[in-house]
Design a protein around this ligand. Sequence first.
Ligand code: MG
Length: 366
Amino acid sequence: MQFDVIILAGGSGQRMGSDKLLLGVGEDLMLSRAVQPFVGRKDVNNIILVLRKDIFDIGNAVAQRFSGQSFLFVEGGGTRSLSVRNGLKKVTAEGVLIHDGARPFVTAAIIDEVVSSVIQYGSGVPAIPITDSIRAIQDGAICGTADREGFVSVQTPQGFVAQDIKRAFDLCGNELQHTDESALYVQYIGNPKVTKGADKNIKITTLGNYIGLNAKVGIGYDIHKLVPFRPLVLGGIQIDYDKGCLAHSDGDAVIHALIDALLSAIGELDIGTRFADTDPKNRDIDSTLLLSDVMDLYKQSNFKPSNVSIIIIADKPKLADYIPLMKIKLSNILGISGSLIGISAKTTEGTAAEETIEVFAITVVT
Ligand code: MG
């Protein structure tokens, strides 16, 4: 059986406050990521992009990216149902797959199952179990329960024999109030078969789950030799010890590793390039000033660390008592709460050849 694919990209993205399909997922447009898994399949004929007229050029750009695949463009209606109806008018294949342009992580496995189900049963709707409890509410209070075993959360692509879903739309007339095609199918044709969906196949509806997609990770590392007659400063805190880090700056290895993690996450060059140790103005400089400088860069670029995690490796001195102070200090400079800053201290069990302070830092940035 051959399929045409309707991709719904006609929405206004009101919940996002912008056109979400034009937002990036990594280096791609969300719409490209939603289209890509259907491109080049032997069982797919046309990909029908249902778009608002003012973003037809975006549709063209997506189509050009996948040369060799046949695309058709259709203007969206005011609602999902009207958009699907417009798309269905262009369907000539025996089967149709209807997919949300805001589900950029659909996989070949999900599509394969829907396709098989349409071939075998005439329909296929991917779904996942509901893990939260379901409750009925009235006037802001819970008034009843429902057994979640009897419910699933439905996703797309939803697959049908084209003439069946066209018939459902015809029978429905102008009473188009369903939120997806499976509901319409239930009402006019029969009970569509459920196939295996995936947690990963989420629909991007809010800025919150969009931000999750765009999280960046950075890793940083530093090591300094401990020598006599130097103050020891870690995480911006003076540590009581008879040795300190050998360094051009104050030798704060915790902040240096953290700075490298932060710079790395957003693709900037490392601490040594940004704050040259040949520059006299950096001699014995308080490293918290360097971290503040990096946070200014973050502010300008609208980045923010979501959390940071740090490991300090040193046989001596004992650092446990200083960690809460480091967290307060870093919390103030990073502008995030202390609960988002994890710091642990480890020893080398005496295996290190020299007395050093070694630090690993990792951060997630949005
Ligand atoms: Mg350093």
